[in-house]
Design a binder for this molecule. Structure first.
Ligand code: TGC
Ligand code: FAD
Length: 394
């Protein structure tokens, strides 16, 4: 009997261009990422050799228009995130950080000189960016950050001091978008501003964080700022306040809300294949009712996640997507993917913990995805605030 892995199809809802983008991304990821990812994960290394190919595929700065970027629509962009994360959340992370957290703030808040200086090289994968918001004592509550900038000298340079923690790509970054408190001329209240810190600036260092048991194929580090002198030209002029970094997070969380579906698809498809092959008690374990129930739950949850992402993708296209809708997407699809990965792992029995079956890696990765870009709890509270009008963060 021939059986389909998916009953729901969204193909008829996609444009020809979106379908082609999806197929090309899947083909690329299967050819270039799948064969090397487990090796990199075990060695805790990132496949840097693939960066020029990510650029060629248009994955870097994908949704941006001009400056060498692909100008993908929100749905096409989401579909590429699915394929990257179907292989590994760390690979999707690399592309998310470059596109949504490093390039997007320059694109949205930078002046023309900053855009022309940085964006083409970043789209080409020649310049790597990172995003420094989290600090050792400031995670879910970024408004409590201590990193600060003080203006100094006739040229209006800034002197930055502080430490950022858990920063994806910082050890390999050429430029870091760093958020710091400063006091604007003529004001006495500190305000959060964005700064472009360049590799090589004295006092700027990015030690690597070792020992992660999750997202091992992604490089994570700190940003240490010790009296770093930053020219005024490196201040992002277009935004003031916490809405600056939160605006970037809204872009990145949107991509994660799609990417998580890819991780869930990957583990579901492997569990389906495995349980059709594996025989116990004289029949394939996919023939047991309890196994079929698990497959059906995984399958149906993926379908709902995809429809949610698609719906919000079309809203984004029309410029109507709100931050709380993005919280809804990130929260629900990541929870779904993490639960799917744990269930799929159990369906492979002992083999479920082995690297060669590619499920345990997703379980471990999704623990990070559940936490970064706003924890599951923080998104719960953001949605709770929208539903009740009461902020329960404090
Ligand atoms: P709140 O008073 O709500 O807002 C302050 C200002 O920001 C605006 N705003 C947003 N703007 C855009 N997008 C959003 N999602 C926004 N949320 C709020 C808001 O309108 C307001 O603007 P204005 O003009 O009135 O000043 O701020 P709050 O202090 O109450 O905080 C709310 C809370 C807790 C939801 C927020 O702080 C939060 O999201 N915390 C979580 C922090 C977080 O997500 N960190 C992520 C770090 S980066 C990362 O994890 C990268 S992982 C990289 C990878 O993929 O590898
Ligand atoms: P905390 O904020 O200390 O939270 C700990 C626990 O308390 C969580 O369960 C949280 O939900 C809960 N909690 C906190 N406040 C509340 C509340 N009000 N109500 C209920 N529960 C609450 N950051 C960057 O800036 N740039 C990056 O590139 C980046 N990359 C990352 C890569 C990795 C691998 C990881 C693990 C993290 C990364 N982060 C990055 C940081 C990430 O965004 C933070 O870890 C996350 O925001 C949570 O902050 P925290 O770890 O300090 O946890």
């Amino acid at each position: 009997m021939d059986a389909t892995p998916y009953i729901l199809s969204i193909d008829h809802l996609l444009s020809e261009e979106e379908r082609l983008t999806w197929t090309a991304a899947r083909d690329f990821c299967e050819r270039r990422v799948a064969p090397v990812i487990e090796r990199h994960y075990e060695a805790a290394t990132f496949p840097r050799e693939l960066i020029p190919e990510f650029a060629e595929m248009g994955f870097l700065g994908a949704p941006l228009v001009g400056y060498g970027c692909a100008g993908m629509g929100p749905v096409a962009y989401g579909l590429t995130m699915i394929e990257l994360e179907r292989q590994d959340s760390g690979i999707r992370s690399f592309c998310s950080v470059q596109s949504a957290l490093a390039m997007w703030p320059i694109y949205a808040y930078g002046d023309e000189a900053q855009k022309e200086r940085w964006l083409p090289g970043m789209a080409a994968g020649e310049t790597i960016g990172c995003f420094g918001l989290t600090e050792p004592n400031s995670g879910s509550d970024p408004g409590s950050m201590r990193t600060h900038a003080v203006q100094d000298g006739p040229g209006g340079d800034y002197i930055l001091n502080g430490q950022k923690f858990w920063i994806t790509n910082s050890p390999i970054a050429d430029v870091a978008v760093v958020w710091a408190k400063t006091i604007d001329h003529g004001s006495d209240a500190p305000v959060i501003r964005g700064f472009l810190i360049e590799r090589g600036m004295p006092g700027f260092s990015t030690p690597e964080t070792k020992g992660k048991l999750s997202l091992r194929a992604s490089i994570t580090g700190e940003i240490v700022l010790s009296d770093v002198r930053v020219p005024k030209a490196n201040l992002l002029p277009g935004v003031r306040g916490l809405k600056g970094p939160l605006g970037c997070l809204t872009q990145a969380r949107y991509g994660i809300g799609w990417g998580a579906i890819g991780a869930a698809m990957g583990v579901y498809e492997r569990a389906r294949t495995y349980t059709l092959d594996r025989v116990q008690f004289g029949q394939p374990i996919a023939g047991f009712q309890l196994t079929q129930q698990k497959l059906v739950e995984l399958h149906n949850e993926i379908g709902k996640g995809l429809l949610l992402a698609y719906h919000f993708g079309r809203l984004k296209e029309s410029g109507k997507l709100t931050p709380v809708q993005v919280s809804y997407l990130k929260r629900d699809n990541v929870r779904m993917a993490l639960e799917a990965a744990r269930t799929a792992r159990s369906m492979l029995g002992g083999n479920g913990i082995m690297g060669e079956f590619h499920i345990m890696r997703h379980v471990c990765n999704l623990e990070t995805v559940f936490t970064y870009e706003g924890t599951h709890e923080i998104h719960t509270l953001a949605i709770g605030r929208a539903l009740t009008g009461i902020a329960a963060f404090k």
